[in-house]
Design a protein around this ligand. Structure first.
Ligand code: PEP
Ligand code: MN
Length: 264
């Protein structure tokens, strides 16, 4: 496998504009699950940049469980993300759900996210493999680590060498959390693959009260960064409000992480 340590022994470093994944520094990506409002997005971007987040996340196209649920603002959201990126100097990551949107996303974003539900959507993997943008590949909640690495290979085989992996929790019988964060997948993946690996504690937890503990555990276990849902107004969020930190809680998380990792 192109993603394996047998293929390449040394850790791969991946740059998204001025942000480097897989280097010495931990990369924190933060922002709303889904872009719904310009003022909220700009307020959030301003606050997370003050708290030293490196990148801004925000959903434009959403893969919702029900077709009756809000599906995202699409290109309107991409344009708002692009504006916020320029205003606060934060590179953007946003999810792609349809291979026909690659050109559109390339125009406005700096990194393309493949969501958990699309980890084995091979048409989508091949399409982002042909993109010039780096890819954030999330582990499917019903997929093994080796299936994740094979999914990464679909992208790498097309010539796009810039893949960052993301553990975001898997489905188990336990229902006190939304998913089960697979902490040991972190050292397992770091041993099996040379690619950078970040962790999304928000979707695993499903509840903002657990996000700080999960974040600390992920960093202690060797993750190269975190993807965290944050907004200035989680109470009015249309998607994933329960697991979204307020900007104040995010600031507190960053202060607590600084104690763990002075290099942040
Ligand atoms: C997200 O990052 O907003 C998301 C939908 O995550 P996942 O694909 O991991 O469920
Ligand atoms: Mn979400």
């Amino acid at each position: 496998l192109f993603s394996s340590r047998e293929f390449k022994q040394s850790d791969t470093e991946i740059c998204v504009k001025n942000v480097k994944f897989g280097g010495k520094r931990i990369v924190i990506i933060a922002g709303p699950c889904t872009v719904v409002d310009k003022q909220e997005l700009f307020e959030t971007a301003s606050q997370i940049s003050k708290s030293k987040a490196a990148m801004l996340r925000g959903g434009a196209f959403k893969t919702r469980t029900s077709p009756r649920d809000f599906q995202g603002l699409g290109s309107t959201a991409l344009k708002l993300l692009h504006e916020a990126s320029r205003a606060y100097n934060l590179p953007i990551v946003t999810e792609i759900t349809d291979f026909r949107d690659v050109d559109l996303i390339e125009k406005y974003a700096d990194m393309i996210q493949i969501g958990a539900r699309n980890m084995q959507n091979t048409a989508l993997l091949k399409a982002v493999g042909e993109s010039k943008l780096p890819v954030l590949l999330k582990r499917g909640f019903g997929n093994t680590v080796s299936e994740l690495l094979s999914a990464a290979d679909y992208i790498l085989a097309q010539g796009n060498k810039n893949v960052v992996l993301c553990e975001r929790g898997i489905r188990s019988f336990e229902n006190s959390t939304r998913f089960s964060l697979d902490i040991l997948a972190i050292p397992v993946i770091k041993t099996m693959s040379h690619l950078p690996l970040i962790v999304d504690p928000s979707h695993a937890a499903g509840n903002r009260g657990l996000v700080i503990s999960a974040s600390k555990a992920a960093i202690a276990a060797g993750a190269d960064g975190l993807l965290i849902e944050v907004t200035s107004h989680p109470d009015t969020a249309l998607v994933d409000g329960d697991q979204t930190l307020t900007t104040d809680q995010f600031q507190s998380l960053m202060e607590q992480l600084e104690v763990l990792i002075p290099a942040i």
